[in-house]
Unconditional design. Structure first.
Length: 472
């Protein structure tokens, strides 16, 4: 069994060219077996009970309508299983073979076409992002069982890997925007992206065995930690469900439906967790350590997903309240900015007056989505002097954090279906927000969310799907 620090990553790689095809085929078979574990576990009563299906079966089979500022049918979609194909695994085998120190770019294989290099880079980004996310999710379950001195190397490994991944995403974003332009330089950029991802994996690999050994030695206490986390989260989820109900009347049906959908998905995760924890406890009592650990890891994954959903719902509810308080002041500030622009002869963006008038009408009529209202105000005035100060800057920052958080939560819970483009846009949104450009960050985050939703719709919605921290 391997730690989720390297979930889905082979322990050994070979640089011998004549066995690459064999490794790709073996990887494809192993990937298919890994994907089948949740399904087989759900079908075999000796290993697991099937997760609830009341939410998953409600998903429409036809493509959803385009997303607007206030609603998204895909918020009710459950996470989709990772599709492990031979091409992706072969590309990742290449990542392992191109391992090197950060910043050192090695030449790409001469036989690789631009399209093949592009696919390899996409696969490497997704694989590295999944590995880092899984490691970040696992650490809180390990923390109660170890002292901080023991945990420090693992925390450092995850931070280092996260840094490499962020650099890879930055390179990919520039590549997607057409930089560099020279074909040779673009080929080297792809090699650099793959190398950064490989380095992230190498850093996690270096600590994975030790963490796995420590966690295996604490199987009984680890089960108690997961059970305690489950009980605490169940109470929080119940509170979130009670909070979601009034949102329909306060902020409109689209907001209410989205929030209620998140809570329902979280509750489904907790029901699934119950069956896995029961199986883990039963296996532990029978001395079946391997099965106990396998079921425990699946339970931890479901708890992590439910935690993301509940925390995200609570954060979004708080931001909605803050936005509702801010909208009247932001409207007044926006109208003052428009007046100042006209007084100085500065061109006013077309449609800005209409946008402000429409928001004021919504404010009077109610109910409305205050975050969407602030988003429209800040977008309409973003290029005018004074739009980046005072209340408008506060409004833009609130919207950007809300949009980035929503996209982050969606990718985290649905990452089995989300591809490189959505993840790259999300990483760009985080970078842009950190650089104090909130309006641009919000726009990138919305694009990331829309791209991730398209990925989920394209992959469909299976009746059973939880992305466990590890399943081997």
């Amino acid at each position: 069994m391997t730690s989720s620090l390297v979930r889905g990553r082979p322990r050994h790689a070979t640089a011998h060219i004549r066995v690459r095809v064999a490794h790709a085929l073996v990887g494809a078979v192993a990937g298919a077996g890994w994907l089948a574990i949740p399904v087989l576990a759900a079908q075999d009563p000796a290993t697991a009970s099937p997760p609830p299906t009341r939410t998953t079966h409600a998903a429409p089979s036809a493509p959803s309508a385009p997303r607007d500022d206030e609603s998204s049918a895909v918020d009710l979609i459950l996470p989709v299983a990772v599709l492990g194909t031979a091409g992706v695994l072969a590309a990742y085998s290449y990542v392992r073979r191109t391992r090197r120190s950060p910043g050192v770019v090695s030449p790409a294989p001469a036989a690789a076409t631009p399209a093949e290099s592009d696919r390899q880079a996409r696969a490497a980004l997704v694989q590295a992002d999944d590995s880092v996310r899984a490691s970040e999710e696992e650490l809180p379950f390990a923390a109660p069982l170890m002292d901080e001195r023991t945990l420090a190397p693992f925390r450092l490994a995850i931070r280092t890997a996260r840094g490499e991944l962020a650099a890879a995403f930055a390179l990919w974003h520039r590549y997607e925007e057409g930089e560099p332009r020279d074909p040779g330089d673009r080929r080297q950029a792809l090699v650099g992206i793959i190398g950064r991802c490989a380095e992230a994996g190498r850093v996690l690999d270096a600590r994975a065995g030790e963490l796995d050994r420590l966690r295996r030695a604490e199987a009984g206490p680890a089960l108690e930690v997961a059970e305690g986390a489950f009980r605490r989260l169940a109470a929080r989820a119940a509170g979130a469900r009670a909070t979601a109900s009034p949102l329909h009347e306060r902020y409109g049906p689209s907001v209410g439906a989205r929030m209620t959908g998140r809570v329902e998905v979280a509750m489904d995760r907790l029901v699934f967790t119950t069956s896995r924890l029961n199986e883990a406890r039963r296996a532990a009592d029978l001395g079946e350590d391997e099965r106990a650990v396998r079921q425990l890891r699946c339970a931890e994954g479901a708890i992590a997903q439910a935690g993301v959903l509940v925390a995200g719902m609570n954060d979004q509810t708080r931001r909605l309240r803050e936005a509702a308080e801010l909208v009247p002041t932001a409207l007044t500030g926006a109208e003052a900015v428009l007046a100042a622009a006209r007084a100085t002869g500065t061109p006013v963006p077309s449609g800005a007056d209409d946008t402000l008038a429409a928001v004021r009408a919504e404010l009077t009529a109610g109910p409305y989505n205050p975050l969407a209202a602030l988003r429209r105000i800040t977008r309409a005035l973003v290029r005018l002097p004074g739009a980046r100060s005072g209340v408008l800057d506060t409004a833009a920052d609130l919207v950007a954090r809300a949009d980035t958080g929503e996209a982050e939560d969606f990718v985290a819970v649905h990452r089995g279906a989300v591809g490189a483009d959505a993840r790259s846009l999300l990483a760009a949104a985080v970078r842009t927000l950190g650089a104090a450009h909130p309006v641009e960050a919000a726009a990138l985050a919305r694009r990331a969310l829309e791209s991730a939703e398209r990925d989920v719709r394209a992959h469909g919605v299976p009746a059973s799907d939880v992305v466990p921290l590890r399943t081997d």
